[in-house]
Ligand binder design. Sequence first.
Ligand code: XMP
Length: 506
Amino acid sequence: MHEKIVILDFGSQTTQLIGRRIRELNTFCEIVPYNKFPFDDDNVKGVILSGSPFSVNDENAFKTDLTRLRSHYPVLGICYGAQLIAQTSGGEVGKSASREYGRAKLHIKDTSDALLGNIREQSQVWMSHGDTILNIPETFRVIASTGDIHIAAYKIEGEPTWGVQFHPEVFHTEEGTRILDNFLTICGCQKDWTPASFIETTVNDLKQQLGNDKVILALSGGVDSSVTAVLLNKAIGKNLTCVFVNHGLLRKNEFETVLENYKHLGLNVIGVDAKDRFYKALAGVTDPERKRKIIGKGFIDVFEEEALKLKDIKWLAQGTIYPDIIESLSITGTTIKSHHNVGGLPEKMQLKLCEPLRLLFKDEVRRIGLELGMQKNLIYRHPFPGPGLGIRILGEITPEKVRVAQDADDIFISNLQMAGLYDKVWQAGAILLPVHSVGVMGDERTYENTIVLRAVTSTDAMTADWAHLPYEFLAKVSNEIINKVKGVNRVVYDISSKPPATIEWE
Ligand code: XMP
């Protein structure tokens, strides 16, 4: 296992950002609830206390005993973290006239300090606090101030504990990265956590964890499950079986292309063509939620049938990543919800879960994938929903409508690629409406389908803006779809943002 920094999460919105910055400094870190410090973990080199939405004076503020931490590890308290250390050491924290939000100018008082000594004597920092540290015990030394706040940073004499009132993890804190880097140096971190070292450690861990056990994995064609598969393949080879289900609602030629890609990677993949059974189950169904449920259940049924054909499977591997875990990690530390992409199966078949990417962010997964030699087009694919075209064909799904939606989508996506726009949008696709409209082609009146083009920009799919694609580009795509896709005589562009709309139409 790798050395690590533990970030105790007191509920701040920037806790994840602290994690990102530490990882960018090639150091592994884990975010844990404020009261769940892993005292039995020998790899911990230092501790960061995050900010919090609470005031330390609130009755229900998150508190934890810091004595044991402070006697064992270097500690850096950020904002609330700094206030908590001060208050529990006999200092005073309270409301003051001088609270600050936004940018402030930091003045360094002690140029020999290990945390702040080598940064510029004056620089911009980002503040966001209602309370202020008003008094500190005698053993605390002020090492930096701002115009409004005397105790903007302190060091405790005789122990490696620091507190900063500002947020070094935020982009607007000019010397923030250097400060965090200094803290890692103080902790004695090697700063050698790279994609290559992650792969080496994880492959070794997986070998130990899985031994000669057999593992099954549901491939979706997306980056997370693919990277999981390649890592596991490196660790246990033929003991890994991947199942890739064609529910008949994939993109055009996707089943074949993805299977071909996986062959290059040497994976043991069973491709199951189950499209007829899905079309049958979906016949006549128009309600979006029912469609989703039918597709979800069909997927589990097919997967389970395949799993049962294989003997002695012990593990179910999944491409769960860190944001999935953090989102469901309750701050009170009670539960970590498991993300069962193939819900219900682990209990039913008594499978153990194996999630080797569970502590990585998406861009880290991508870097690992590249390091593993995977093709760029697999790594940088747009997200595509599990129910696929099933939620992009509004109303009833028929094989003919799937053909129309696939052909239109294919023209849109390949044009985005040719125009160099594919990587500029978060995701894109074509939606087929259950609406006919009148048109004219040659001398003939037509009465045919409408295709909606949807393309959005986003960073996490929680919010999204419609992509401002050039008119000439949209004109070309529209022409090509109407000319080439039989059954379509009208193309429209969706200019709704999320919220209040969503990315998908169903
Ligand atoms: P919405 O439509 O909620 O989509 O703005 C946000 C992101 O989630 C994807 N999405 C899904 N993915 N199963 C999935 O695996 C689903 O049922 C599903 N619905 C939406 C969507 O493509 C977008 O990336």
